[in-house]
Design a protein around this ligand. Structure first.
Ligand code: ZN
Ligand code: ZN
Length: 466
Protein backbone atom coordinates (compact mmCIF):
# COMPACT_ATOMS: atom_id res chain seq x y z
CA UNK A 1 0.00 0.00 0.00
CA UNK A 2 1.45 3.38 -0.95
CA UNK A 3 2.06 6.04 1.70
CA UNK A 4 -0.51 8.40 0.15
CA UNK A 5 -3.21 5.82 0.31
CA UNK A 6 -2.23 4.90 3.84
CA UNK A 7 -2.41 8.42 5.18
CA UNK A 8 -5.92 8.79 3.78
CA UNK A 9 -7.00 5.78 5.80
CA UNK A 10 -5.56 6.93 9.10
CA UNK A 11 -8.04 8.16 11.68
CA UNK A 12 -7.16 10.26 14.70
CA UNK A 13 -7.05 7.19 16.90
CA UNK A 14 -4.88 5.18 14.50
CA UNK A 15 -1.69 3.80 15.92
CA UNK A 16 1.26 3.33 13.60
CA UNK A 17 3.44 0.27 14.16
CA UNK A 18 6.68 -0.09 12.19
CA UNK A 19 6.92 -3.74 11.18
CA UNK A 20 10.51 -3.28 9.95
CA UNK A 21 9.94 -5.14 6.73
CA UNK A 22 8.28 -8.20 8.25
CA UNK A 23 5.59 -10.02 6.30
CA UNK A 24 1.91 -9.28 6.80
CA UNK A 25 -0.79 -11.75 5.83
CA UNK A 26 -4.52 -11.72 6.46
CA UNK A 27 -5.20 -13.36 9.85
CA UNK A 28 -5.45 -17.13 9.63
CA UNK A 29 -8.76 -18.95 9.72
CA UNK A 30 -9.19 -22.43 11.17
CA UNK A 31 -12.40 -23.72 9.62
CA UNK A 32 -12.81 -26.83 11.74
CA UNK A 33 -12.33 -26.50 15.49
CA UNK A 34 -14.12 -28.14 18.41
CA UNK A 35 -13.42 -25.04 20.40
CA UNK A 36 -14.93 -25.77 23.80
CA UNK A 37 -13.43 -29.25 24.06
CA UNK A 38 -10.07 -27.89 22.85
CA UNK A 39 -10.29 -25.27 25.58
CA UNK A 40 -11.11 -27.84 28.24
CA UNK A 41 -8.41 -30.23 27.11
CA UNK A 42 -5.98 -27.32 27.15
CA UNK A 43 -6.55 -27.09 30.91
CA UNK A 44 -6.06 -30.79 31.56
CA UNK A 45 -3.08 -31.52 33.71
CA UNK A 46 -0.24 -33.78 32.59
CA UNK A 47 0.36 -36.53 35.16
CA UNK A 48 2.62 -38.61 32.90
CA UNK A 49 5.83 -37.82 34.79
CA UNK A 50 4.53 -38.81 38.23
CA UNK A 51 6.65 -41.54 39.83
CA UNK A 52 5.25 -42.00 43.31
CA UNK A 53 2.12 -41.63 45.35
CA UNK A 54 3.69 -38.69 47.19
CA UNK A 55 4.27 -36.86 43.91
CA UNK A 56 0.72 -37.63 42.81
CA UNK A 57 -0.86 -36.23 45.97
CA UNK A 58 1.35 -33.18 45.91
CA UNK A 59 0.44 -32.41 42.31
CA UNK A 60 -3.29 -32.77 42.98
CA UNK A 61 -2.96 -30.44 45.95
CA UNK A 62 -1.11 -27.81 43.89
CA UNK A 63 -3.73 -27.95 41.15
CA UNK A 64 -6.61 -27.77 43.59
CA UNK A 65 -5.21 -24.60 45.12
CA UNK A 66 -5.27 -22.83 41.76
CA UNK A 67 -8.18 -20.52 41.06
CA UNK A 68 -10.69 -20.86 38.35
CA UNK A 69 -11.71 -24.47 38.01
CA UNK A 70 -13.94 -26.69 40.06
CA UNK A 71 -13.02 -29.85 38.20
CA UNK A 72 -9.43 -31.01 37.81
CA UNK A 73 -8.97 -33.17 34.74
CA UNK A 74 -5.71 -35.01 34.41
CA UNK A 75 -4.24 -37.49 31.97
CA UNK A 76 -1.25 -39.79 31.51
CA UNK A 77 -1.09 -41.30 35.01
CA UNK A 78 0.90 -44.54 35.09
CA UNK A 79 0.58 -46.20 38.51
CA UNK A 80 2.88 -49.04 37.41
CA UNK A 81 5.71 -46.59 38.13
CA UNK A 82 4.79 -46.48 41.83
CA UNK A 83 6.16 -48.85 44.41
CA UNK A 84 3.14 -48.07 46.63
CA UNK A 85 -0.45 -48.95 45.80
CA UNK A 86 -2.75 -46.18 44.64
CA UNK A 87 -4.10 -43.69 47.19
CA UNK A 88 -7.37 -44.21 49.07
CA UNK A 89 -10.44 -42.02 48.72
CA UNK A 90 -9.65 -40.35 52.03
CA UNK A 91 -6.12 -39.52 50.93
CA UNK A 92 -7.40 -38.06 47.65
CA UNK A 93 -10.15 -36.05 49.33
CA UNK A 94 -7.66 -34.52 51.71
CA UNK A 95 -5.58 -32.97 48.90
CA UNK A 96 -8.49 -32.02 46.57
CA UNK A 97 -9.61 -29.07 48.71
CA UNK A 98 -13.28 -29.57 47.99
CA UNK A 99 -12.78 -29.84 44.25
CA UNK A 100 -13.66 -32.75 42.00
CA UNK A 101 -10.90 -34.76 40.36
CA UNK A 102 -10.75 -37.14 37.41
CA UNK A 103 -7.31 -38.33 36.39
CA UNK A 104 -7.12 -40.74 33.46
CA UNK A 105 -4.67 -43.57 33.40
CA UNK A 106 -2.12 -43.56 30.58
CA UNK A 107 -4.08 -46.12 28.51
CA UNK A 108 -7.25 -44.02 28.66
CA UNK A 109 -9.38 -46.90 29.95
CA UNK A 110 -9.59 -46.10 33.62
CA UNK A 111 -9.28 -43.18 36.00
CA UNK A 112 -8.97 -42.04 39.59
CA UNK A 113 -11.63 -39.89 41.16
CA UNK A 114 -12.47 -38.71 44.70
CA UNK A 115 -15.58 -38.73 46.88
CA UNK A 116 -16.93 -35.62 45.17
CA UNK A 117 -16.56 -37.34 41.84
CA UNK A 118 -18.30 -40.50 43.04
CA UNK A 119 -21.09 -38.44 44.50
CA UNK A 120 -21.61 -36.68 41.19
CA UNK A 121 -21.70 -40.04 39.39
CA UNK A 122 -24.22 -41.51 41.82
CA UNK A 123 -21.60 -44.06 42.92
CA UNK A 124 -21.36 -43.01 46.55
CA UNK A 125 -21.17 -46.62 47.68
CA UNK A 126 -17.87 -47.25 45.86
CA UNK A 127 -15.07 -47.41 48.36
CA UNK A 128 -12.37 -47.38 45.71
CA UNK A 129 -11.35 -44.26 43.76
CA UNK A 130 -10.74 -46.31 40.61
CA UNK A 131 -13.22 -46.13 37.74
CA UNK A 132 -12.86 -48.85 35.14
CA UNK A 133 -14.07 -49.18 31.63
CA UNK A 134 -17.85 -48.54 31.45
CA UNK A 135 -17.77 -46.52 34.63
CA UNK A 136 -14.88 -44.58 33.18
CA UNK A 137 -16.68 -43.73 29.94
CA UNK A 138 -19.76 -42.73 31.88
CA UNK A 139 -17.61 -40.61 34.19
CA UNK A 140 -15.87 -38.76 31.37
CA UNK A 141 -19.09 -37.60 29.74
CA UNK A 142 -20.72 -36.85 33.11
CA UNK A 143 -17.70 -34.78 34.11
CA UNK A 144 -17.69 -32.76 30.89
CA UNK A 145 -21.41 -32.16 31.22
CA UNK A 146 -21.01 -31.05 34.81
CA UNK A 147 -18.90 -28.07 33.76
CA UNK A 148 -20.57 -24.79 34.59
CA UNK A 149 -20.86 -21.82 32.26
CA UNK A 150 -18.18 -20.17 34.35
CA UNK A 151 -15.80 -23.16 33.95
CA UNK A 152 -16.30 -23.08 30.19
CA UNK A 153 -15.87 -19.31 29.93
CA UNK A 154 -12.63 -19.44 31.86
CA UNK A 155 -11.31 -22.30 29.77
CA UNK A 156 -12.25 -20.44 26.56
CA UNK A 157 -10.53 -17.26 27.69
CA UNK A 158 -7.28 -19.05 28.43
CA UNK A 159 -7.34 -21.16 25.28
CA UNK A 160 -8.09 -18.13 23.08
CA UNK A 161 -4.66 -16.79 23.99
CA UNK A 162 -3.15 -19.95 22.48
CA UNK A 163 -5.30 -19.53 19.38
CA UNK A 164 -4.23 -15.97 18.58
CA UNK A 165 -0.62 -16.88 19.31
CA UNK A 166 -0.85 -19.09 16.21
CA UNK A 167 -1.87 -16.09 14.09
CA UNK A 168 -5.50 -17.20 13.99
CA UNK A 169 -8.11 -14.42 13.92
CA UNK A 170 -11.18 -16.45 13.00
CA UNK A 171 -12.35 -19.94 13.92
CA UNK A 172 -15.32 -21.97 12.85
CA UNK A 173 -16.44 -23.58 16.10
CA UNK A 174 -18.22 -26.91 15.69
CA UNK A 175 -20.15 -27.40 18.91
CA UNK A 176 -22.95 -29.44 20.40
CA UNK A 177 -23.63 -33.16 20.39
CA UNK A 178 -21.06 -35.67 21.48
CA UNK A 179 -17.96 -33.50 21.06
CA UNK A 180 -18.93 -30.86 23.57
CA UNK A 181 -20.30 -30.32 27.05
CA UNK A 182 -24.00 -29.49 27.25
CA UNK A 183 -23.51 -25.78 27.86
CA UNK A 184 -21.06 -25.23 24.98
CA UNK A 185 -23.36 -23.69 22.40
CA UNK A 186 -25.09 -21.44 24.86
CA UNK A 187 -21.86 -20.25 26.47
CA UNK A 188 -20.16 -19.65 23.16
CA UNK A 189 -23.06 -17.64 21.77
CA UNK A 190 -22.97 -15.42 24.83
CA UNK A 191 -19.23 -14.94 25.08
CA UNK A 192 -17.80 -15.18 21.59
CA UNK A 193 -17.68 -11.42 21.08
CA UNK A 194 -15.43 -11.05 24.10
CA UNK A 195 -12.81 -13.46 22.69
CA UNK A 196 -9.70 -12.16 20.92
CA UNK A 197 -10.59 -13.97 17.69
CA UNK A 198 -13.79 -14.08 15.67
CA UNK A 199 -15.94 -17.16 16.12
CA UNK A 200 -18.70 -18.44 13.89
CA UNK A 201 -20.80 -21.27 15.25
CA UNK A 202 -21.69 -24.53 13.57
CA UNK A 203 -24.24 -26.19 15.82
CA UNK A 204 -23.93 -29.98 15.65
CA UNK A 205 -27.55 -30.90 15.97
CA UNK A 206 -30.35 -32.32 13.85
CA UNK A 207 -32.82 -29.97 15.51
CA UNK A 208 -33.46 -27.53 12.67
CA UNK A 209 -36.10 -25.62 14.58
CA UNK A 210 -33.75 -24.84 17.46
CA UNK A 211 -31.09 -23.57 15.07
CA UNK A 212 -33.60 -21.27 13.38
CA UNK A 213 -34.85 -20.01 16.73
CA UNK A 214 -31.30 -19.09 17.67
CA UNK A 215 -31.07 -17.10 14.45
CA UNK A 216 -28.15 -19.16 13.12
CA UNK A 217 -27.52 -19.44 9.40
CA UNK A 218 -25.86 -22.84 9.55
CA UNK A 219 -26.31 -26.28 10.97
CA UNK A 220 -24.03 -29.25 11.51
CA UNK A 221 -20.29 -29.73 11.72
CA UNK A 222 -18.93 -33.13 12.71
CA UNK A 223 -22.37 -34.68 12.35
CA UNK A 224 -21.08 -38.15 11.75
CA UNK A 225 -22.12 -39.97 8.59
CA UNK A 226 -19.24 -42.36 9.29
CA UNK A 227 -16.30 -42.66 11.70
CA UNK A 228 -12.54 -42.51 11.18
CA UNK A 229 -9.83 -44.58 9.50
CA UNK A 230 -7.90 -44.95 12.76
CA UNK A 231 -10.75 -46.86 14.37
CA UNK A 232 -11.80 -48.70 11.15
CA UNK A 233 -15.17 -46.92 11.30
CA UNK A 234 -14.91 -44.65 8.23
CA UNK A 235 -17.27 -46.27 5.69
CA UNK A 236 -15.34 -47.53 2.65
CA UNK A 237 -16.57 -49.30 -0.48
CA UNK A 238 -13.75 -51.88 -0.39
CA UNK A 239 -12.77 -53.58 2.89
CA UNK A 240 -9.98 -52.35 5.13
CA UNK A 241 -6.59 -53.77 4.14
CA UNK A 242 -5.72 -54.67 7.72
CA UNK A 243 -9.21 -55.89 8.66
CA UNK A 244 -10.68 -57.52 5.55
CA UNK A 245 -14.06 -58.32 7.08
CA UNK A 246 -14.65 -54.66 7.97
CA UNK A 247 -15.92 -51.76 5.80
CA UNK A 248 -16.71 -49.30 8.57
CA UNK A 249 -20.01 -47.87 9.75
CA UNK A 250 -22.77 -45.65 8.39
CA UNK A 251 -24.33 -43.85 11.32
CA UNK A 252 -27.26 -42.49 9.29
CA UNK A 253 -30.05 -44.25 7.57
CA UNK A 254 -29.87 -42.81 4.01
CA UNK A 255 -33.57 -41.80 4.02
CA UNK A 256 -33.20 -39.99 7.33
CA UNK A 257 -30.08 -38.24 6.09
CA UNK A 258 -31.81 -37.12 2.92
CA UNK A 259 -34.87 -35.91 4.84
CA UNK A 260 -32.71 -33.81 7.16
CA UNK A 261 -30.69 -32.29 4.33
CA UNK A 262 -33.71 -31.52 2.15
CA UNK A 263 -35.44 -29.76 5.02
CA UNK A 264 -32.42 -27.74 6.20
CA UNK A 265 -31.59 -26.78 2.61
CA UNK A 266 -35.16 -25.69 1.87
CA UNK A 267 -34.98 -23.43 4.93
CA UNK A 268 -31.82 -21.76 3.58
CA UNK A 269 -29.43 -23.17 6.16
CA UNK A 270 -25.86 -23.92 5.23
CA UNK A 271 -25.20 -27.57 6.15
CA UNK A 272 -21.93 -29.21 7.25
CA UNK A 273 -21.47 -32.93 7.81
CA UNK A 274 -18.60 -35.31 8.48
CA UNK A 275 -17.84 -37.87 5.74
CA UNK A 276 -14.46 -39.59 5.45
CA UNK A 277 -14.72 -42.90 3.55
CA UNK A 278 -15.76 -43.08 -0.12
CA UNK A 279 -19.12 -44.67 0.64
CA UNK A 280 -20.01 -42.07 3.28
CA UNK A 281 -19.02 -39.29 0.86
CA UNK A 282 -21.23 -40.97 -1.74
CA UNK A 283 -24.25 -40.89 0.58
CA UNK A 284 -23.74 -37.27 1.52
CA UNK A 285 -23.26 -36.04 -2.04
CA UNK A 286 -26.38 -37.91 -3.15
CA UNK A 287 -28.38 -36.22 -0.42
CA UNK A 288 -26.99 -32.75 -1.23
CA UNK A 289 -27.66 -33.33 -4.90
CA UNK A 290 -31.31 -34.28 -4.30
CA UNK A 291 -31.87 -31.31 -2.03
CA UNK A 292 -30.40 -28.89 -4.56
CA UNK A 293 -32.45 -30.46 -7.36
CA UNK A 294 -35.60 -30.02 -5.32
CA UNK A 295 -35.00 -26.39 -4.48
CA UNK A 296 -32.27 -25.20 -6.82
CA UNK A 297 -29.79 -22.83 -5.28
CA UNK A 298 -26.09 -23.26 -5.10
CA UNK A 299 -25.07 -20.34 -2.94
CA UNK A 300 -25.62 -21.94 0.47
CA UNK A 301 -22.16 -23.49 0.22
CA UNK A 302 -22.94 -26.76 1.92
CA UNK A 303 -19.84 -28.36 3.34
CA UNK A 304 -18.32 -31.77 3.58
CA UNK A 305 -15.99 -32.10 6.56
CA UNK A 306 -12.84 -34.17 5.98
CA UNK A 307 -13.56 -35.69 2.51
CA UNK A 308 -10.49 -37.89 3.01
CA UNK A 309 -11.11 -40.64 0.45
CA UNK A 310 -13.22 -39.28 -2.39
CA UNK A 311 -13.57 -40.96 -5.77
CA UNK A 312 -13.01 -38.91 -8.95
CA UNK A 313 -16.75 -38.65 -9.55
CA UNK A 314 -17.27 -37.21 -6.07
CA UNK A 315 -14.90 -34.39 -6.90
CA UNK A 316 -16.77 -33.74 -10.17
CA UNK A 317 -20.10 -33.70 -8.35
CA UNK A 318 -18.86 -31.49 -5.53
CA UNK A 319 -17.67 -29.01 -8.14
CA UNK A 320 -21.00 -29.03 -9.97
CA UNK A 321 -23.00 -28.62 -6.77
CA UNK A 322 -20.89 -25.75 -5.41
CA UNK A 323 -19.92 -27.70 -2.29
CA UNK A 324 -17.16 -26.37 -0.05
CA UNK A 325 -14.69 -28.95 1.22
CA UNK A 326 -13.48 -28.46 4.76
CA UNK A 327 -10.24 -30.44 4.91
CA UNK A 328 -7.31 -30.99 7.27
CA UNK A 329 -4.04 -31.16 5.29
CA UNK A 330 -2.24 -31.93 8.56
CA UNK A 331 -3.81 -35.41 8.55
CA UNK A 332 -1.50 -36.21 5.62
CA UNK A 333 1.45 -35.02 7.69
CA UNK A 334 0.59 -37.41 10.53
CA UNK A 335 -0.98 -40.35 8.72
CA UNK A 336 -0.39 -40.01 4.93
CA UNK A 337 2.25 -41.55 2.68
CA UNK A 338 4.14 -44.80 2.91
CA UNK A 339 4.40 -46.76 6.15
CA UNK A 340 1.86 -44.76 8.13
CA UNK A 341 -1.70 -45.33 9.32
CA UNK A 342 -3.51 -44.55 6.04
CA UNK A 343 -1.43 -47.14 4.19
CA UNK A 344 -1.99 -49.81 6.86
CA UNK A 345 -5.74 -49.26 6.73
CA UNK A 346 -6.19 -48.59 3.02
CA UNK A 347 -3.33 -50.32 1.17
CA UNK A 348 -2.84 -48.81 -2.29
CA UNK A 349 -5.73 -46.39 -1.70
CA UNK A 350 -3.20 -44.36 0.29
CA UNK A 351 -2.40 -42.71 -3.06
CA UNK A 352 -5.89 -41.24 -3.21
CA UNK A 353 -6.28 -39.69 0.23
CA UNK A 354 -6.87 -35.95 0.62
CA UNK A 355 -6.33 -35.12 -3.07
CA UNK A 356 -5.89 -31.40 -2.54
CA UNK A 357 -4.46 -30.41 -5.92
CA UNK A 358 -6.97 -32.46 -7.91
CA UNK A 359 -9.78 -30.76 -6.00
CA UNK A 360 -8.40 -27.25 -6.49
CA UNK A 361 -7.95 -27.91 -10.22
CA UNK A 362 -11.70 -28.54 -10.39
CA UNK A 363 -12.30 -25.04 -9.04
CA UNK A 364 -13.54 -26.22 -5.64
CA UNK A 365 -12.87 -24.14 -2.52
CA UNK A 366 -11.00 -25.99 0.23
CA UNK A 367 -11.27 -24.43 3.68
CA UNK A 368 -8.35 -25.56 5.83
CA UNK A 369 -8.69 -26.69 9.42
CA UNK A 370 -7.10 -28.65 12.23
CA UNK A 371 -10.05 -30.55 13.73
CA UNK A 372 -8.63 -29.39 17.07
CA UNK A 373 -8.62 -31.19 19.59
CA UNK A 374 -7.67 -34.02 17.17
CA UNK A 375 -4.63 -32.01 16.05
CA UNK A 376 -3.47 -28.67 17.48
CA UNK A 377 -4.62 -25.35 16.01
CA UNK A 378 -1.60 -24.46 13.88
CA UNK A 379 -2.26 -23.05 10.40
CA UNK A 380 1.44 -22.86 9.62
CA UNK A 381 1.65 -26.63 10.06
CA UNK A 382 -1.49 -26.93 7.94
CA UNK A 383 0.04 -24.83 5.16
CA UNK A 384 3.29 -26.81 5.39
CA UNK A 385 1.36 -30.11 5.17
CA UNK A 386 -0.60 -29.00 2.08
CA UNK A 387 2.52 -27.76 0.27
CA UNK A 388 4.50 -30.89 1.22
CA UNK A 389 1.73 -33.48 0.68
CA UNK A 390 3.33 -36.98 0.76
CA UNK A 391 1.77 -37.60 -2.65
CA UNK A 392 3.72 -35.29 -4.98
CA UNK A 393 0.79 -35.01 -7.39
CA UNK A 394 -1.38 -33.53 -4.68
CA UNK A 395 1.02 -30.82 -3.48
CA UNK A 396 -0.40 -27.34 -3.73
CA UNK A 397 1.35 -23.99 -4.16
CA UNK A 398 2.09 -21.81 -1.14
CA UNK A 399 -0.53 -19.36 -2.39
CA UNK A 400 -3.17 -22.08 -2.60
CA UNK A 401 -2.27 -23.31 0.87
CA UNK A 402 -2.35 -19.81 2.38
CA UNK A 403 -5.75 -19.28 0.75
CA UNK A 404 -7.06 -22.43 2.42
CA UNK A 405 -6.24 -20.90 5.80
CA UNK A 406 -7.34 -17.32 5.02
CA UNK A 407 -9.74 -16.30 2.26
CA UNK A 408 -11.32 -19.74 1.83
CA UNK A 409 -12.29 -19.86 5.49
CA UNK A 410 -14.19 -16.60 5.04
CA UNK A 411 -15.70 -17.99 1.84
CA UNK A 412 -16.87 -21.14 3.65
CA UNK A 413 -18.64 -18.90 6.15
CA UNK A 414 -20.23 -16.89 3.32
CA UNK A 415 -18.27 -13.77 4.26
CA UNK A 416 -15.42 -13.45 1.76
CA UNK A 417 -16.52 -9.91 0.93
CA UNK A 418 -15.90 -8.95 4.52
CA UNK A 419 -12.50 -10.50 5.17
CA UNK A 420 -9.82 -12.99 4.22
CA UNK A 421 -7.57 -10.72 2.18
CA UNK A 422 -5.90 -7.40 2.82
CA UNK A 423 -8.01 -5.01 0.79
CA UNK A 424 -9.60 -1.66 1.39
CA UNK A 425 -13.13 -2.18 2.65
CA UNK A 426 -12.41 -5.49 4.38
CA UNK A 427 -11.71 -6.10 8.05
CA UNK A 428 -8.08 -5.52 8.97
CA UNK A 429 -7.50 -8.81 10.81
CA UNK A 430 -3.91 -9.77 10.20
CA UNK A 431 -0.87 -11.74 11.24
CA UNK A 432 2.73 -10.54 11.07
CA UNK A 433 5.23 -13.30 10.28
CA UNK A 434 9.00 -13.38 10.81
CA UNK A 435 9.57 -14.37 7.20
CA UNK A 436 7.81 -14.29 3.84
CA UNK A 437 6.23 -17.68 3.07
CA UNK A 438 6.39 -16.90 -0.65
CA UNK A 439 10.14 -16.46 -0.55
CA UNK A 440 11.33 -19.35 1.59
CA UNK A 441 11.94 -22.95 0.61
CA UNK A 442 8.69 -24.98 0.96
CA UNK A 443 10.43 -27.36 3.36
CA UNK A 444 11.19 -24.45 5.66
CA UNK A 445 7.61 -23.28 6.12
CA UNK A 446 7.65 -24.62 9.67
CA UNK A 447 10.23 -21.97 10.56
CA UNK A 448 7.56 -19.31 10.09
CA UNK A 449 6.45 -17.72 13.34
CA UNK A 450 3.60 -15.36 14.08
CA UNK A 451 5.07 -12.22 15.68
CA UNK A 452 1.85 -10.29 16.05
CA UNK A 453 -1.85 -10.92 15.59
CA UNK A 454 -4.45 -8.21 15.07
CA UNK A 455 -8.20 -8.81 15.32
CA UNK A 456 -10.91 -6.16 15.04
CA UNK A 457 -8.20 -3.50 14.92
CA UNK A 458 -6.61 -4.60 18.21
CA UNK A 459 -3.25 -6.22 18.80
CA UNK A 460 -4.35 -9.47 20.46
CA UNK A 461 -0.95 -11.12 20.46
CA UNK A 462 2.60 -9.89 20.27
CA UNK A 463 5.73 -12.00 20.63
CA UNK A 464 7.63 -8.92 21.70
CA UNK A 465 9.92 -9.11 18.66
CA UNK A 466 8.48 -6.09 16.89
ZN1 ZN B 1 -15.35 -34.99 12.00
ZN1 ZN C 1 -14.28 -32.58 13.86
Amino acid sequence: MGDNQTSQLLGKNSKIIDLKGKTVLPGFVDSHVHLVMSAIKNQEVDFSNINSMGELLEKIENESLKDGKQVIFGWGLDPSRFSETIPTLTELDKVANGKTILISRIDGHSALTNSKGLEMLGMKDNNSPVLIREQYNQAVSAFYNSLTRDDIEKALKLFSQEVVKQGVTFVHALEGGFTSPTLSVDTLLKTRNTLPMRVTLYYQTLNIREVLQLGLKRIGGCLLIDGSFGSHTARVKEPYSDLPQQRGVLYFDPKRLEGFIIEAHSLNLQIAMHAIGDEAIDELIKAYSRAIKKSPRRNLRHRIEHFELPKKEHIEQASKLGIVLSMQPVFEHYWGGRGKMYERRLGSRVDNTNPLKTIIKKGITIAGGSDSFVTPINPILGIYSAVNHPNENERVTVKEAVNMFTLNGWFAAGAERKGGSLEVGKVGDLVVLNEDPYKINPQEILSLKPLMTVTRGKVVYSSGDI
